[in-house]
Every structure is written in C-alpha cells, then in structure tokens.
Design a protein around this ligand. Structure first.
Ligand SMILES: [Fe+2]
Ligand SMILES: [Fe+2]
Length: 164
C-alpha cells in the first residue's frame, strides 16, 4: 500500500506511466488484506492481538513510508525477506495441519470465493494458495529491488502481471 501510494503520487507528479507497478503493489496489499479476512473467519482475535496490530500499524506504516521515500530498493528488499519468512511459516503450518496438530477445518466461504476453490476445500487448500501468494510477493519485491539495485527505475521493467 505504501509503495503503491508513493508510486501513484510519483506518476502524477512526473506525468509518466508506472509500468504497471502501481496496480501490482496495490493488488498485493489487497491480497494481504484478504489473507487477514480469511483468518478472521477461522478465529476471532483477542483484544491484545487487536491492540498489537493497532500499535504495529501506527509504527510500521510510518517507518516504512520513510524507508520507501529514502530507499525504495531497501524497502522492497525488506518485504522480499519478510515474504520469504511468511512462506516458511505457512510451510510449518501446513506440516502441523497434516500431522493433526491443528484441526483441518472446512475452508471459509470467503476463501472459496476469493481463490475460486472447489466447494469441499479445506484449510490445507487455503493455506497452500496463501503460501503461493506469499511466494509471488517474495519474487515481486526482490525483483523490484533488483531492478533498482542495477540502477534502473521500476517503470523501465513492466511489473509481472496475472498474480494476486
Ligand atoms: Fe499474507
Ligand atoms: Fe505477502
């Protein structure tokens, strides 16, 4: 959302195209929000978990905004590594679901709708597609950083399309 917003402002300011990066980054933000909406249907967060998100959002959004203004290549690199960690965490979660540590419940309706899953899908199917999303986010953000580390602007390399 921060990157998409800043590139949106830059596009307006400079009267130039973004190479599809605004749409790609805003879609990534929307996709992440759908991960939250999906997990919200599976468990209701406690008050202290909500408070944590509130505090982290207040700090992280602003810190990330400053980081993106100062160094977009660093900002994308950080997200690339965070997404890699997300892939690892979801892999561990899948192992636990398969072992029965956590109950493999039916997929929430919102997830079946959003990812167009078969009606009899389970939590394992949902976590598998979410992990694939995170792998796309990882690749996209490392790619965005690589482009700029090599001295090019994002708009010189069109954003990969057709992903969440
Ligand atoms: Fe996510
Ligand atoms: Fe992600």
């Amino acid at each position: 959302m921060v990157g998409g917003m800043l590139l949106h402002c830059k596009s307006l300011r400079r009267f130039e195209h973004s190479g599809g990066w605004i749409k790609a980054l805003l879609e990534e933000a929307e996709n992440e929000r759908m991960h939250l909406m999906t997990f919200l249907e599976l468990s209701q967060p406690k008050w202290y978990e909500r408070a944590l998100v509130f505090a982290v959002q207040g700090l992280f959004f602003n810190a990330y905004f400053v980081a993106y203004v100062l160094s977009p290549k660093l900002a994308h690199r950080i997200v690339g590594y965070l997404e890699e960690e997300a892939v690892n965490s979801y892999t561990e979660f899948l192992v636990d679901l398969e072992k029965g540590v956590f109950e493999n419940r039916p997929a929430p309706a919102i997830a079946i709708d959003y990812w167009r899953l078969p009606p009899d899908s389970t939590l394992i199917d949902v976590v598998t597609v979410i992990r694939a999303d995170e792998a796309h986010h990882r690749d996209l953000n490392h790619f965005a950083s690589d482009i700029q580390c090599q001295g090019y602007e994002l708009k010189e390399y069109p954003a990969p399309i057709g992903y969440h």
